[in-house]
Design a protein around this ligand. Structure first.
Ligand code: KIV
Length: 282
C-alpha cells in the first residue's frame, strides 16, 4: 500500500517511528522499498554523494527531476519526497509553485521539501494550495551553508533555539505536512516534536523526533569525504564494494575471469568453418 501524508500523521499519533532514507536511483529505491521503508527522500545531497560537488548549491531542477523519476520507478510503497534545489523557490512564490509542480508532474514525487522557516511560509502556503504536500526543513539547512559558515549545529543559543521553535510553529500553520530537523540539540527537537501535530523527522535531532532520516551512503559507509557525527554506519558496504572491484581487477588481469561458467558455446562444426575461413593458425 502506498504511503501518504495521512499514513505519516497516523504514525506520529500512534508513536510508530517514521523511517526515511535518501535514494537517488532505481535499484536503491527498489531495495529500500522491498525492506519496508516508509519514505524516500530524493535529497539535493545527491550533489555531494552522487555528483561530487562540495555542497548542494550547484544542484539543478533537471538533476532533481532526473533522479526522482528513477526513484519513483523503483519505489512502489514508499512516500517520495523530493528536495527543491537552491534557487528554485528562493526567487519567489511563483517560481516555487511552478518548480514544485515540475517535481510532481515530471518527476513523479509525492511531496516536495524546502529549507527555511518564516521566510518561506508564503511559498509553503502557495505550493500546498496547488495540492502539493510540502515538507519543511529547519535547523542546519545545507542550502544556507554560506550564511552559517559551514555545516554547524543550530539552536544551542537561546535566541536561535527560539527562532527554530517559532519557525516550526509557523511552517505548520502555513500547511507543511512534516518537518526535517537537522543538527539541532536533541532536547530542542523533542520540544518541537511535542508542540507540533505534524511529524518531525530528525537527522542529528535525537530519538525524540517522530522519525529519522539518513543519507544512505553515510549509513552504509559508502561516502568517505565527510562523516557527520549523527551518521551511524549500519554496514560497511564501501569496503565490500572495494573488495569486489579489486577481485575483478585481479582476476581479469590474471585471466581467471571469465571462466567456463561465464561464456557462451558455439557448435563445433560452425566454429571450424569460421576458423577455416578467417583464421590461418589455431
Ligand atoms: O538532501 C538531503 O539529503 C537532506 C537530508 C540531509 C535531510 O536534505
Amino acid at each position: 500500500m502506498k504511503n501518504t501524508v495521512s499514513t505519516l500523521i497516523k504514525q506520529k499519533q500512534s508513536g510508530d517511528k517514521i523511517t526515511m532514507l535518501t535514494a537517488y536511483d532505481y535499484s536503491t529505491a527498489k531495495m529500500q522499498d522491498e525492506c519496508g521503508i516508509n519514505c524516500i527522500l530524493v535529497g539535493d545531497s545527491l550533489g555531494m554523494v552522487m555528483l561530487g560537488y562540495e555542497n548542494t548549491l550547484p544542484v539543478t531542477m533537471e538533476d532533481m527531476i532526473h533522479h526522482t523519476k528513477a526513484v519513483a520507478r523503483g519505489a512502489k510503497n514508499a512516500f517520495i519526497v523530493t528536495d527543491m534545489p537552491f534557487m528554485s523557490y528562493q526567487t519567489g512564490v511563483y517560481d516555487a509553485v511552478k518548480n514544485a509542480g515540475r517535481l510532481i508532474k515530471e518527476g513523479n514525487a509525492n511531496a516536495v521539501k524546502i529549507e527555511g522557516g518564516i521566510e518561506v511560509c508564503e511559498h509553503i502556503k502557495a505550493i500546498t494550495n496547488a495540492s502539493i504536500p510540502v515538507v519543511a526543513h529547519l535547523g542546519m539547512t545545507p542550502q544556507s551553508v554560506n550564511v552559517f559558515g559551514g555545516f554547524k549545529v543550530q539552536g544551542k543559543e537561546l535566541e536561535r533555539a527560539e527562532q527554530i521553535v517559532e519557525d516550526a510553529i509557523n511552517i505548520e500553520k502555513a500547511g507543511a505536512c512534516g518537518v526535517v530537523l537537522e543538527c539541532v540539540p536533541a532536547e530542542l527537537a523533542e520540544v518541537i516534536t511535542k508542540k507540533l501535530s505534524i511529524p518531525t523527522i530528525g537527522i542529528g535531532g535525537g530519538a525524540g523526533c517522530d522519525g529519522q532520516v539518513l543519507v544512505y551512503q553515510d549509513m552504509l559507509g559508502m561516502f568517505s569525504d565527510f562523516t557527520p557525527k549523527f551518521a551511524k554506519k549500519f554496514e560497511n558496504v564501501g569496503e565490500i564494494m572495494k573488495s569486489g572491484f579489486k577481485k575483478y581487477i585481479d582476476e581479469t588481469k590474471s585471466g581467471t575471469f571469465p571462466s567456463s561458467e561465464h561464456i557462451f558455446k558455439i557448435d563445433n562444426e560452425i566454429i571450424s568453418k569460421i576458423k577455416e575461413k578467417y583464421q590461418t593458425e589455431d
